[in-house]
Design a protein around this ligand. Structure first.
Ligand SMILES: C[S@@+](CC[C@H](N)C(=O)[O-])C[C@H]1O[C@@H](n2cnc3c(N)ncnc32)[C@H](O)[C@@H]1O
Length: 359
């Protein structure tokens, strides 16, 4: 949070806190100077070039408040606590606007600060430099990878989370040797590891504790899928829960998606159904070596039906019907004089169509 002029808007320091995050301990009240003006003058004060550098500009703080004593007046918060800190120019301008300078007690609470600022006020100074708040979010779950010096603080670090995150885990060193997923421990929140993740216009469900998935790879998934043509047949040897296979099928490709981990294969099958691409993806659960050996023969023996174009959504089908209707050759009656009263009475398809002149 930007600290302006003489105001100390940093969170209170609590280096003693190391296991339980006490959000109430972050309440803080700071006296700030405010200009009390008639409500009608608020706009001119806020827009004035003279005032620009003196107005309160803090995230999550309303800089214009109703005056609790007079409904017709407003308090415009300034970024200083004493009038001595204002320039003569600002003083003169405020006088011209019939503004009165008063002190307003600004209450700041835990939610005013970023996770990183809270962390800096909790951790011992020697750990503040390389603060460990790098984390990846997948659905409702945040996943951290803490270095060992932060481990004594892992539970309190886990509690500094945004309200959308319900579960925080820390990746452990150990990795499952067969299926390559990471073991993890719960740092904070609910022990609910089945996540709903949205990526590339697709919806994925999977159990984070038993499946390798890195949501940070989504640009790589998109990049590769962009190269596929709808007429391609794709074989994904290590398909996990479908981040390549399902977007590829949505594009029109036929896909063989394989993964050795039975949990992965189970969620892959669910995701194929949930994303309505069951007619285009064939899922399997076998060793990649066997899959590679067999997949080409499998395509030869059981060829996919010829590509007939991407399956249209209901909306696209409706548009296509309209397009065909409009493309029909004109009837002889069209040569009759145009009755202007019917012009506005277009069918919904005509009304929806964007004409070149509308662009
Ligand atoms: C790095 S992850 C794949 C990630 C996925 N392609 C993605 O982009 O998110 C490797 C996957 O291969 C699976 N796997 C490991 N050994 C395998 C094998 N011998 N045959 C098939 N799948 C295997 C693991 O279960 C894991 O899901």
């Amino acid at each position: 949070m930007a600290c302006t002029l003489t105001l100390d808007v940093s969170p209170p320091v609590h280096h003693w806190m190391n296991t339980t995050l006490d959000r109430d301990a972050f309440k803080k009240t700071i006296p700030v100077l405010a200009a009390r003006v008639p409500a009608s003058k608020t706009g001119s004060l806020l827009k004035s070039d003279v005032m620009k550098k003196s107005l309160m500009d803090l995230p999550k703080v309303h800089s214009v408040l109703r005056d609790p004593h007079n409904d017709l007046e407003r308090l415009i918060l300034l970024n200083v606590s004493e009038d001595a800190a204002l320039t003569t120019e600002v003083h003169n301008f405020l006088q011209e606007q019939s503004a009165m300078l008063v002190t307003h007690n600004l209450d700041l609470t835990y939610d005013h600060w970023t996770a990183d600022e809270i962390l800096q006020s909790i951790l011992p100074e020697e750990l503040c430099k390389g603060s460990p708040l790098g984390f990846a979010i997948t659905g409702h779950l945040a996943h951290m990878n803490l270095n060992k010096e932060y481990l004594p603080y892992k539970h309190i670090i886990g509690q500094i989370k945004n309200p959308m995150i319900q579960t925080v885990v820390n990746k452990l060193d150990s990795i499952d040797t067969k299926y390559r997923f990471f073991k993890m421990e719960l740092l904070a929140g609910e022990p609910n590891y089945v996540v709903e993740h949205y990526q590339s216009n697709c919806h994925f469900t999977f159990d984070f504790t038993h499946i390798y998935c890195n949501s940070r790879l989504h640009t790589e998934h998109d990049r590769l899928v962009q190269h596929f043509k709808p007429t391609d047949v794709i074989a994904d040897v290590f398909a996990a829960v479908g981040p390549f296979a399902i977007p590829a099928a949505k594009k029109g490709c036929m896909v063989f998606a394989n993964n050795l981990n039975p949990e992965s294969a189970r969620y892959l099958s669910k995701n194929i159904i949930d994303n309505k691409v069951a007619s285009l993806v064939h899922a399997s659960c076998e060793d990649g070596r066997d899959f590679i050996k067999e997949v080409v023969a499998h395509v030869m023996e059981h060829p996919f039906p010829a590509y007939t174009g991407l399956k249209l959504s209901k909306m696209q089908e409706k548009d296509e019907k309209c397009r065909l209707q409009l493309a029909k050759p004109s009837q002889p009656a069209a040569l009759a004089p145009v009755d202007q009263s019917t012009v506005k009475d277009q069918s919904p398809c005509q009304a929806n169509r964007q004409l070149p002149s509308d662009v």
